[in-house]
Design a protein around this ligand. Structure first.
Ligand code: PMV
Length: 316
């Protein structure tokens, strides 16, 4: 029987980029959009193949695996965590999450792989430990990640995240309907994060004032989210998008999708993730969802996903 690990995509609802500088951010799992890692036994040294990247493979000695390859690195870190140097078998990664699109594909694939390796070894892998392992690999993707992606993907819960603070899980008391539109344009978070770093160096007062405002929006959004005030949340999303525009993180396509969502009746919309490419998330109510979806397709979205979040906050 195949042993499978999986993990969801994620969307940042508020606070990307500002979160890198210590401000709070809110992120949500997208449980219907997932990455899977499937283990099959084999007497060959462990190899990992993937349907969305060239297949890296780890040799019989993970010590010589290419550390710059995130999948190889995740396998190596996980095996080392369990005190294992050599393993046999095949793991195949299948992911429905668009790559480099702000949906946490890298973190989801790593988390799914870590889980499949734990299952292959018949061992438990606590979420806090998996989170730390995935964070290590996120550094290869992003350079200096805040840690928000791995946290939301591993715990698969809405989170209020602030660097070096306790992770808070959020209750969503009334269903939150999201429409996510992917531009199909890949953009490297590493580069957009570097762009903001440069802006802070060149225009510290302006850039820091914008980041501060984004942080205060995320703070206010938390209470609207927990009290189910969707309309206010939507307003804050649009304001957050405009602040990201001011940081030069949007693009003509993202702005077109943003405008299309709002004109079609979305309560709010914003780019989500690193920006420049990637996706727009729109907050809708049930009556406007189909309209917004259609408008996003017509405005050039390459893929559109829907997700509804609802539920109590629970501890890890
Ligand atoms: O592009 P994504 O989905 O990996 O989101 C990155 C979020 C940033 O705040 C831009 C970077 C970070 O490390 O938090």
């Amino acid at each position: 029987m195949a042993l499978t690990g999986s993990a969801p995509a994620k969307a940042i609802l508020f606070g990307e980029h500002a979160v890198v500088y210590g401000y709070p951010a809110i992120a949500l799992p997208l449980p219907d959009l997932r990455a899977y890692a499937e283990y099959q036994s084999s007497d060959q040294p462990l190899s990992i193949t993937s349907d969305h990247k060239p297949p890296p493979s780890i040799s019989s000695s993970p010590a010589v695996a290419d550390l710059s390859d995130p999948l190889g690195a995740m396998a190596r870190h996980t095996l080392r965590y369990f005190g294992i140097c050599q393993a046999r078998g095949r793991i195949h990664i299948r992911s429905h999450i668009p790559v480099a699109s702000g949906l946490g594909s890298g973190a989801a694939v790593s988390a799914a792989l870590g889980r499949a390796i734990a299952a292959m070894l018949g061992r438990e892998l606590a979420k806090a430990d998996l989170n730390a392992l995935v964070y290590e690999v996120e550094k290869l993707h992003h350079g200096s990640p805040s840690g928000i992606d791995n946290s939301v993907v591993v715990y698969e819960k809405p989170v209020y995240f602030q660097k070096e603070c306790r992770l808070d899980f959020l209750a969503i008391p009334t269903p939150l309907h999201l429409v996510v539109a992917d531009t199909g344009l890949a953009a490297l978070t590493r580069e957009t994060v570097a762009h903001v770093r440069q802006l802070r160096a060149n225009q510290p007062e302006t850039a820091n004032a914008i980041l501060r405002q984004i942080g205060s929006i995320a703070e206010r959004a938390r209470s609207h989210l927990e009290s189910g005030e969707a309309r206010r949340l939507g307003d804050l999303m649009a304001r957050n998008h405009r602040l990201l525009q001011a940081l030069e993180l949007s693009s003509p396509v993202l702005d077109r999708l943003f405008g299309a969502a709002l004109s079609a009746g979305a309560l709010g919309a914003k780019l989500s993730g690193g920006g420049r490419g990637g996706n727009i998330i729109a907050l809708v109510d049930e009556s406007t969802s189909a309209n917004v979806e259609r408008a996003l397709w017509l405005a050039g979205a390459q893929q559109v996903f829907k997700s509804t979040l609802y539920g109590k906050a629970t501890s890890p």
